[in-house]
Design a protein around this ligand. Structure first.
Ligand SMILES: [Ca+2]
Ligand SMILES: [Ca+2]
Ligand SMILES: [Ca+2]
Length: 321
């Protein structure tokens, strides 16, 4: 470094680029060999100026350092505040992250559970689908069987109706044939009897092998019975419904040969035979022995059967031989 003092200007010239040269310059210049014109004052002035300059420089440096210190103190405070904020934000974010992590874990567990349920439900749905298909096939088969059975039932119903009609027709023909046969048989029997047995008396009517006298007047039961006996016969003894139909052709009310005059309630024919209990062709509610005085039996056309009445009544009568 070379330092030169410009005496004319009162300045110190220093060669900062060449310190050795400056030092040499100072050494080469002997003490007292100062520039002419300023003397001892000229030798002291550069040092003072340099000292002042250095002092100012030091002050500037000190001020700069203080400024920097203040600046960095403020910056440090701001930095600390920001760091606290950042730390707080970091902590909050960490909490949120933990919560999110927990939520994520919970959601993951829920998802796994849901996935398991989904798999189970899918399996159940598959089983249900199989069951549904099976049931659908069974239903279709049952429907087909039901339709077939209904058709068979309808066919059977039609056949039953036809068979019932045929049965009725056959029954009707059978009854006609039976009736015709019975008529022919009856006529045959009548012809046989008429041909084999003796003829009836004058005024008597022959029917089914017997001869009948039909009265033209009315008498009590006793007198009617005596009239028949006088004719060599008896009051008619009823053997069947055909005989009733024959007798009721002539009169509405006719004495027949049945009474309980010997013992009440014991019905006896005029030939001495007893009527079997529960037998006969009684009208509804008869015999009733009304007023304790009905012991003789009439045959009524309008009543279509027998009735016990007082023997003193007067009716037509029929004798049978
Ligand atoms: Ca008879
Ligand atoms: Ca009676
Ligand atoms: Ca009666």
């Amino acid at each position: 470094m070379s330092v030169e003092f410009n005496s004319s200007l009162g300045q110190l010239d220093v060669d900062y680029l060449n310190p050795k040269a400056a030092d040499e310059n100072l050494k080469m210049r002997p003490y007292g060999d100062e520039p002419s014109g300023c003397g001892r004052m000229c030798r002291r002035r550069p040092f003072k100026t340099a000292a002042v300059f250095l002092g100012l420089l030091c002050l500037l440096l000190l001020a700069g350092i203080i400024s920097l210190q203040v600046h960095y103190t403020k910056v440090g405070d701001v930095h600390d505040s920001e760091m606290r904020d950042i730390q707080t934000k970091y902590n909050n974010l960490t909490d949120k992250q933990n919560k999110l992590q927990n939520n994520y874990s919970n959601l993951k567990q829920d998802r796994n559970l849901l996935e398991t349920k989904y798999i189970n439900l899918t399996r159940e749905r598959h089983q249900l689908q199989i069951s549904y298909d099976t049931l659908t096939k069974l239903r279709d088969d049952s429907q087909t069987s039901l339709t077939s059975l209904r058709k068979q039932r309808d066919d059977l119903r039609n056949e039953k109706i036809q068979l019932a009609a045929e049965k009725e027709e056959l029954q009707r023909r059978f009854e006609l044939v039976t009736s015709s046969r019975d008529g022919i048989q009856e006529e045959l029997n009548s012809l046989s009897l008429n041909m084999t047995e003796k003829p009836c008396q004058q005024g008597w009517t022959k029917f089914n092998g017997s001869c009948y006298y039909i009265s033209t007047s009315s008498k009590t039961w006793i007198k009617s019975k005596k009239d028949c006996e006088d004719r060599g016969a008896n009051l008619v003894i009823i053997d069947n419904r055909k005989e009733i139909d024959f007798i009721t052709r002539f009169n509405d009310r006719t004495w027949i040969g049945l009474s309980d005059t010997v013992r009440e309630g014991k019905w006896t024919w005029v030939d001495g035979t007893d009527l079997q209990v529960g037998a006969g062709f009684w009208q509804r509610g008869e015999p009733n022995d009304a007023d304790d005085g009905e012991d003789c039996v009439e045959l009524s056309r309008s009543g279509k059967g027998w009735n016990d009445v007082p023997c003193s009544n007067k009716f037509s009568w029929v004798c049978e031989e």
